[in-house]
Design a protein around this ligand. Sequence first.
Ligand SMILES: [Zn+2]
Length: 109
Amino acid sequence: MGIRDVQGRLELRLDELLARAGHIGADLLGLHSADLDEAAVEVEADEALLGQSALLELEIAQVRGALSRLKSGDYGVCISCGAEIAPARLEAMPEAAQCLACADLRGKP
Ligand SMILES: [Zn+2]
């Protein structure tokens, strides 16, 4: 996979994520029902949306980070240890900023 393909994939992903974030934002701004029972359900739904939107923000930041590393020529190099990230990992997750070993370490308590 060439750098150009990666950039295309990341840009598409960013568009998709931004569109989803926009929908969630619009839902959150929607007016709540006057009916109390329904309003309670909507508050719960809002909490779920907020959780989703936090995840989206994180993904957007990762994709933007990957795009800026592409520009600076640091793409594909682990931001923690400086090792080259395995091509298979980048293929599966083009926004990966860390090699598998460092990502594993981070995921553990
Ligand atoms: Zn690493």
